[in-house]
Design a protein around this ligand. Structure first.
Ligand code: CMC
Length: 437
């Protein structure tokens, strides 16, 4: 590989530095800025990480302009068509698709961890009946570290692996139990003969007094959504997991931090916000009014499910999911579901609107995922929890990648300080009232 460098000089002081350019396997080169502070005495400034690669990674690749998403090199379209969520979780964690023996072994290992300690069920029962499932997930997943001390040596690769299997296995159990808590039904134990998605549906919708059979269309649709949400390189929640983990925090605490970050409406919370928005818009005749609101800089309203930091052409996950929407609505709901119709109309209007075209704002994965969840009977407040179940595979893959990197060190960003200069403490009895000079 040719040695590429970039020269940077501070004209005021005359100091110079030579920055190394690093190349990945695909994607733009990155400038290694480590020497900037040592040689020039300055820091770089990039709020929101608009132009900063925070780490090196082999897990997921996105080309936002071309609408490409690869997990470990495999296109999302191929995985969506041929794989299952659990196989994708294996791929993301270990870097390769499993052979038959490894696949058998992985399924056994994950399934051996699907139950949660009975104490966790009691822990969940302490939440208020109308607690948001994401709040219950943040607390309960963080709480797992108080139950599973036996795999908490973060320097032991085997412990790290057990924690990854535990989290992937237990997330559906905890998510479903949070839902049961909300509706006042008894929690349902996992059934290990079912697939990952079917088990989650069974734990959410079966009750002890009746037989419940998982609908295969629902199982496949949910599995597809889990595949599409499994990883997305250095997004806010994954970066949160990495930053929390960089201090040596345990994986349960790191994933709890990731869940908290995912909850926000600019990130995973968007799927819930899309449905709330469509409900608020109500009818197609109101679309122009809401588009105007979205364009008005003085109005905090944004078109939820539109736009993406990385995808500036189309989100390939949204393209896959849009088709599934039709299949699911055909099976479960009125194919002319007014919510879906409204979503299609809103998309049509926005894609013709100069504001959205100019800014390359397209529907993202969360625009349609909520409609599928709704058709499957999953309540709005559980949408982001479903996302969290899927993303746990990605979070753990990134955490394991980071923890096995011998050069890993604590993440510690710097800042541009714009506060007060040094000043002297003033006793309260001589302080001037606020607002007076
Ligand atoms: N509605 C209206 N205007 C928008 C929207 C939107 N949804 N998204 C971006 N813009 C405008 C924004 O106001 C800005 O305009 P201007 O250049 O005039 O100042 C321009 O487009 C660029 O937007 P940005 O805020 O600088 O872009 P960003 O990369 O910081 O934010 C985003 C990306 C996803 C947070 C944002 O597009 C957004 O808030 N979308 C709605 C929430 C959403 O759907 N989130 C889910 C993302 S996909 C799943 C996931 O990551 O979890």
């Amino acid at each position: 590989m040719a040695n590429k460098t970039l020269e940077l000089s501070d004209l005021a002081s005359g100091k110079k530095t030579e920055l190394q350019l690093k190349s990945g396997t695909i994607g733009p080169d990155v400038v290694d800025i480590a020497a900037v502070n040592k040689d020039l005495g300055v820091f770089t400034f990039d709020p929101g990480f608009m132009a900063t690669a925070s780490t090196e990674s082999k897990i997921t690749y996105i080309d936002g302009d071309a609408g490409v998403l690869l997990y470990r090199g495999y296109p999302i379209e191929q995985l969506a068509e041929n794989s299952t969520f659990l196989e994708v979780a294996y791929l993301i964690l270990y870097g390769e698709l499993p052979d038959a023996a490894k696949w058998e072994d992985f399924q056994k290992r994950v399934k051996s961890h699907t139950m949660v300690h009975e104490g966790i069920r009691r822990f969940l029962s302490g939440y208020h009946h109308d607690a948001h499932p994401m709040g219950m997930l943040v607390g309960t997943v963080g709480g797992l570290s108080t139950f599973y001390h036996d795999s908490l040596d973060i320097n032991d690769p085997r412990h790290r692996e057990i924690s990854a299997h535990r989290l992937i296995a237990k997330m559906p159990t905890i998510a479903a139990a949070s839902y049961k808590k909300n509706i006042g039904e008894p929690t349902v134990y996992p059934r290990n003969h079912l697939s990952y998605a079917a088990n989650l549906l069974n734990m959410m919708f079966s009750v002890p007094c009746e037989d419940y059979e998982v609908n295969p269309v629902a199982e496949r649709a949910l599995d597809l959504l889990l595949i599409l949400h499994a990883d997305h390189e250095q997004n806010a929640s994954t970066s949160t997991v990495r930053l929390a983990g960089s201090s040596g925090a345990n994986p349960f605490a790191c994933v709890a931090a990731g869940i908290a970050s995912l909850w926000g409406p600019a990130h995973g919370g968007a799927n819930e916000a899309v449905l709330d928005m469509l409900t608020e818009i109500g009818e197609a005749k109101n679309i122009p009014k809401y588009l105007d609101k979205a364009k008005d800089k003085d109005d905090p309203f944004r078109l939820m499910g539109f736009g993406h930091r990385v995808y500036k052409n189309f989100d390939p996950r949204a393209t896959i999911i849009r088709q599934t929407c039709y299949e699911v609505l055909d099976e479960f709901a009125d194919a002319n579901d007014p919510m879906f119709e409204l979503a299609l109309r809103l998309e049509e209007f926005a894609l013709k609107d100069e504001y959205f075209v100019e800014r390359k704002l397209y529907p993202n994965v969360d625009y349609y995922s909520g409609i599928i969840y709704k058709a499957l009977g999953i309540p709005t407040t559980m949408f982001t929890a479903m996302f969290a179940v899927a993303r746990t595979a990605g979070w753990m893959a990134h955490w394991m990648e980071m923890m096995s990197d011998p050069t890993q060190r604590i993440g510690r960003p710097r800042q541009l300080y714009t506060g007060e200069m040094r000043r002297e403490y003033v006793p309260i009895d001589v302080r001037k009232p606020a607002g007076t000079a």
